[in-house]
Design a protein around this ligand. Structure first.
Ligand SMILES: Cc1cc2nc3c(=O)[nH]c(=O)nc-3n(C[C@H](O)[C@H](O)[C@H](O)COP(=O)(O)OP(=O)(O)OC[C@H]3O[C@@H](n4cnc5c(N)ncnc54)[C@H](O)[C@@H]3O)c2cc1C
Length: 426
């Protein structure tokens, strides 16, 4: 279940198993989430980060790919209920179930913030953010009132984890470098990019020295980093923040939420059906072999599994592979199944072109070296030869030159949030 890192790597690792594999996913593609911010900032196209799952698995005759959302699990009958795009429900039987439905963004109970501060989790989000960012520059150029123009040129990012840092760095690059000279009325050098977090450092999952490096680089790029600052309200034209010294309002039309994740509602359904416990974020607490307690036939991997492991792609990939190998072992009658062991390959985040931080256990890299590592590793893991080539070309255009080839947005992308909400599709 799911065509993200967990689901895809599980499906791939089931090669050679004497099994019929059904891959059910709500999307037709495998989304490479770590590069979504580059779609939102006009560097890459959505196709480059989301290759079609049928194309990836075209040589796997043993896999039946189905588009649909799993809404329920019948544990006793060993079936999942799938809601197809035309609204029909179908039951799909299973002997073993690998659940890799990921996570969703959390507004910590303030879901109303989403209308004014979209987050970045899927292609829809990335294209909506792209529209909002480039629209803000257009509006700043049209606006004659200095205060209104300032509101269009102020960008607030809430959450200083990798997504907040990467988006802040990209908007700063757009305003101060890539789009320079293209607007006759607005001076993009006046753009204010404000990165806010309630904790006391950026990239808290990284080593403190790398957090410090990242903060220095962001400040050099013109990003106003405000730590120990809590966002308490978000509306159409700004945010209210609280610090130890009191409250303040920041006027800004463009806000981006990068502050938290929670398990999808399916997690609650599976927990109810199996009696499994969940953690504070709603993720299912699994056994050391990634199965649901009392249900050795159901695995939960990746972001949806509650554990002390980070919510990163490697955990999902390794978990998916492990679950598939366990299924294969069981089919072969083997019983020597060891607990899942995560091999931590480290953490990376880009700040701007030629600058990234890489936390590889005892080895810490920043600046250009960190960026080179980031580039090589992301190219390596990006799926599809064609995608690697076009991504590399787009990177050359954006990093060596000043171009942003993917600036186009449509009225639909800008306004579709309300329509999707009405249809109950978000
Ligand atoms: C913007 C962003 C940047 C990130 N950057 C990094 C990074 O730099 N490095 C890193 O290691 N990690 C990064 N991550 C985290 C990483 O992408 C996740 O940890 C990883 O994708 C988790 O894999 P997964 O398989 O659990 O879930 P996902 O990859 O999210 O896949 C979930 C899949 O399940 C499907 N699905 C969901 N619900 C259902 C349902 N009910 N029925 C059917 N299908 C369903 C979805 O369509 C999707 O295919 C980033 C995440 C985001 C959002």
């Amino acid at each position: 279940m799911g065509s993200g890192f967990g689901g895809l790597f599980a499906a791939k690792a089931l090669r050679g198993a004497k099994a019929d594999v059904t891959l059910i996913s709500g999307t037709t593609y495998h989304l490479f989430e770590p590069l979504l911010y580059q779609v939102a900032s006009g560097i890459l196209s959505e196709g480059e980060v989301a290759p079609p799952i049928r194309e990836i698995l075209k040589n796997r005759r043993d896999i039946d790919v189905r588009l649909g959302w799993v809404t329920d699990v019948d544990v006793a009958g060993k079936m999942v209920v799938v809601n197809y795009p035309d609204g029909r429900d179908r039951s799909v039987p299973y002997d073993s179930l690998i659940v890799a439905a990921g996570a969703q963004n959390s507004y910590f109970g303030n879901e109303q913030f989403a209308v004014h501060a979209p987050s970045l989790k899927n292609i829809d989000d990335a294209l909506e953010l792209r529209s909002r960012i480039f629209h803000a520059f257009e509006m700043a150029d049209l606006e004659e009132d200095p205060e209104a123009r300032r509101r269009w040129l102020t960008f607030v990012l809430i959450g200083a984890g990798p997504t907040g840092v990467e988006m802040a760095g990209q908007i700063a690059e757009l305003a101060h470098r890539a789009l320079r000279g293209q607007y006759r009325n607005a001076d993009l050098r006046e753009a204010q990019i404000i990165l806010i977090d309630a904790v006391d450092r950026v990239l808290p999952a990284f080593a403190p020295s790398l957090s410090e490096k990242a903060k220095k680089k962001l400040t050099k790029l013109g990003v106003d980093v405000r730590l120990n600052t809590r966002v308490v309200d978000v509306d159409a034209t700004g945010v209210e923040v609280k610090t130890a010294d009191g409250g303040q309002r920041i006027e800004a039309n463009t806000k981006i939420w990068a502050a938290g994740v929670a398990a999808p509602s399916l997690s609650t359904r599976i927990a109810e059906a199996t009696g499994a416990e969940t953690d504070r974020a709603g993720r299912i607490l699994v056994e050391p072999d990634l199965t649901v307690p009392g249900h050795p036939e159901i695995f939960v991997v990746g972001d949806m599994a509650g554990s002390d492991l980070p919510g990163v792609a490697q955990v999902a990939m390794q978990g998916g592979r492990y679950a598939a190998k366990t299924v294969k072992k069981r089919l072969a009658g083997k019983t020597d199944i060891k607990p899942f062991k995560y091999f931590d390959k480290g953490n990376m985040a880009t700040i701007s072109r030629f600058s990234a931080v890489a936390d590889l256990g005892k080895l810490h890299f920043g600046g250009f070296l960190g960026w080179l590592l980031w580039l090589v590793i992301h190219l390596f893991y990006l799926i599809g030869f064609k995608n690697k080539i076009t991504t590399l070309l787009h990177w050359m255009v954006s990093f060596l030159g000043r171009g942003r080839s993917e600036r186009i947005t449509t009225v639909q992308q800008m306004n579709a949030r309300n329509a999707l909400n009405t249809l109950g599709k978000r």
